[in-house]
Design a binder for this molecule. Sequence first.
Ligand code: DAH
Length: 352
Amino acid sequence: MTDIEKLLSSCLFEIENSRTTKRLDDIKVAVLGKNGKLTEFLKSLKDMPEDKRKIAGTEINAAKTEILNSISSKAVRLEIAELEKKLASEFVDVTMPARVRPSGNLHPLTKVADEIADILSEYGFTFAEGPNIESEYYNFTALNIPDHHPARTMHDTFYLNYPADRKEGRKLLRTHTSPVQIRAMLANNKPPFRYFSIGRVYRSDYDATHTPMFNQIEGLMVGEGISFAHLKYLMTDFLKKFFGVPQIELRLRPSFFPFTEPSTEIDINYKIKGGKIIFGSGDKWMEVVGGGVVHPNVLKAGNIDSKKYRGIAFGFGLERLTSLKYGVSDLRGYFESDSRWREAFGFSYAAK
Ligand code: DAH
């Protein structure tokens, strides 16, 4: 074996066993650099006799080519291995489920209130508002519920510890949204008009179907020639849209409210199928709304000419409508801010 062959073989061995591209560079310098081992052989050529020089020169050049080829092929393999190692350490499992972000969403009552507002707006009803702290006058007297009328005690009113006003009486937390009718009429007593209101009301009552605070939806429509028929049509159409059904039957039962005459409580038909309540078919009845033709005294309290104009009014419970639509059995869940409750009734819309 010539010296060059020995150098070549040990050099190829070292190249093959290199673990890093840095090591390959070092080998290259040590063999082919200015003072490299193979370079030394080249330098020694000039002292050789002509015939040997030619052979040795060819051998050195062949060795050089082989070393360079070996280095570059090893470099490629080392780079691939280094890349694979890096990829393995930075592996991302794209099939893993994305983390469920904490989600915020509107309270179910807010969502349903928005839905109701949308439907009523389609009929030209505009939003009207009144204060939560009302007076006896607006909450009762103006609505044709005189002093000592039993309806006043029926409402389980929360009275405020506040001096009574000579004209408006005691301050209280409104027991229904009907006083908004009076405020809306006083703000605009030029019929025709249609108002609705959605808001909190308060009664001293607490069990599975009663909470001391709940929400009502109130509607009032005043104009010439308005009659009970308008109420019936409006309620039928509204309830169909609200429950998202193509048809619905209404049962109008005679009832009593001091602020309407005649008054009615309206039931809609339903059936139970697979443990779920389905509205608009079946022969069972569920009460959903109270309403009637506005009592002339109420129009007068709103400064409306009760000889010329007639009105219809209606009142819903927002929690009740929401519960019927979504199958909620205990009203108290609405006010307990428990996300498990929201999810159980399908009110949570978190991306899963
Ligand atoms: N204010 C009534 C209540 O709280 C509901 C109601 C009934 C409102 C009839 C109305 C109506 O406007 O016409 O029980």
